[in-house]
Design a protein around this ligand. Structure first.
Ligand code: ATP
Ligand code: MG
Length: 274
């Protein structure tokens, strides 16, 4: 597993890298959304990806998760190059993501949304269907137990038979997270997991993300709320105009005049005005 480079000397000595990218570039109709972004995501930590609106954060996550192909650059999950792989193949390698605007399967029930999440289903294989029906039934039972457990944890159990499209915005965010967790990710990319949710849920979602870290999942989360970043994130990447402007701890970045000028100043002023 790669371990050197952009994390800086203090971290690179001992810190393995779960995911890294270099020179990621993506343009839409000739306009660069991402323009050479490069960073490393330390394994087993929670990393925040922050930056102004339109900085290219979601586009980077789209590229890393295979939802979008980049024009240039390379991405690696551990030592495996995943550049421009399709998302199903990246998911099989253990990298899952959630969306800024929830993409639950609205016509399915909450429980069905979870049951369709795991990437390796024994019943997907014709050989298993024909020769090992018992193993399929066992796996289905295990998946159902895990799904119901996750729905309890994510406070969605009583909505298990509700069509996903009928959930509130916050509940949809929780469902997206539970769906991703159901697939047992090694690396989870969360695009604004707390945006638009009831403030009472923000701490809860933060606790879920900390739980994921405790269970060994590496998390990269796009987040605008600096209180959340301060509370739960170990490490921060600042993206501005499609480039990595700076990386480090939030406390260090607050002292970085370039970062304050590009983003933090504006967010801190907004926070102070509230
Ligand atoms: N599918 C697309 N087609 C055309 N332009 C796009 C597309 N997706 C993103 N863009 C443009 O690329 C730029 C970066 O967008 P992106 O959504 O990655 O920013 P972001 O950092 O996630 O912003 P926000 O904080 O508002 O979510 C923006 O100018 C956006 O309008
Ligand atoms: Mg975005």
């Amino acid at each position: 597993m790669s371990g050197a480079g952009l994390l800086g000397s203090a971290q690179s000595v001992s810190q393995a890298v779960a995911l890294h990218c270099e020179g990621i570039t993506k343009a839409f109709q000739g306009v660069h959304a991402v323009n050479g972004a490069a960073f490393e995501i330390p394994q087993g930590q929670i990393t925040a990806l922050i930056g102004p609106n339109g900085a290219g954060k979601t586009t980077v996550v789209n590229v890393l998760s295979g939802a979008m192909k980049c024009d240039a650059g390379r991405a690696f999950l551990g030592d495996t190059e995943i550049t421009n792989w399709p998302s199903y193949k990246i998911a099989r390698q253990g990298l899952l993501r959630t969306f800024q605007l929830s993409r639950e399967l609205g016509g399915l029930t909450v429980l069905e949304n979870l049951l369709t999440a795991p990437p390796h289903q024994a019943g997907d294989s014709l050989v298993n269907v024909l020769l090992r029906p018992g193993s399929i039934r066992r796996q289905e039972r295990e998946h159902a137990e895990r799904a119901l457990h996750l729905l309890e944890v994510y406070r969605l159990y009583r909505h298990r038979d509700t069509r996903a499209r009928e959930l509130s915005g916050g509940q949809k965010k929780l469902l997206e997270m539970a769906r991703a967790v159901m697939a047992s990710p090694k690396v989870l990319l969360l695009d604004e997991p707390m945006a638009g949710v009831n403030p009472a849920l923000i701490d809860l979602i933060g606790d879920y993300i900390l739980d994921l870290k405790r269970s060994g999942v590496t998390v990269l989360m796009i987040e605008h709320n600096l209180n959340v970043v301060e509370k739960i994130c170990d490490y921060v990447i600042v993206l501005a105009e499609g480039r990595t402007l700076a990386t480090g701890r939030l406390s260090e970045l607050r002292e970085n005049t370039e970062v304050v000028k590009a983003y933090l100043g504006e967010v801190m002023d907004a926070g102070a005005a509230r």
